[in-house]
Design a protein around this ligand. Sequence first.
Ligand code: SF4
Ligand code: F3S
Length: 112
Amino acid sequence: MTFVVLEECILCKHTDCVAVCPVDCFYEGPNFLVINPDECIDCALCEPECPVDAIRAEDDVPENQKEFIQLNAQLSVHPNWTQITTQKPALVSHEQWQGVAGKLDQLDRNGA
Ligand code: SF4
Ligand code: F3S
């Protein structure tokens, strides 16, 4: 199993999750983070750290966000998505977009 970043992260990107991951398996695009499922060791440390509740275990991903499982796997290995190992400030857009549903069409895939 792996943990998965969901749409709540899009345009927010708080990065508290990155600070606790023991294996540095988060990868960054312009307005979203993803987890590499082959590197995640299932420690569950990141899930409670996200202030917008954007991380779930694969088995707990809501039905309407199942596509994010594949999206994390796909984007995390794309060369344009780079590993992020240290926390940084959230995007300035986070206040405006926190809690807004249906943000997938706002995802910047960074050429992936
Ligand atoms: Fe990293 Fe653990 Fe979260 Fe996986 S579950 S992304 S290993 S902090
Ligand atoms: Fe995104 Fe939450 Fe991490 S908003 S960057 S999953 S702390």
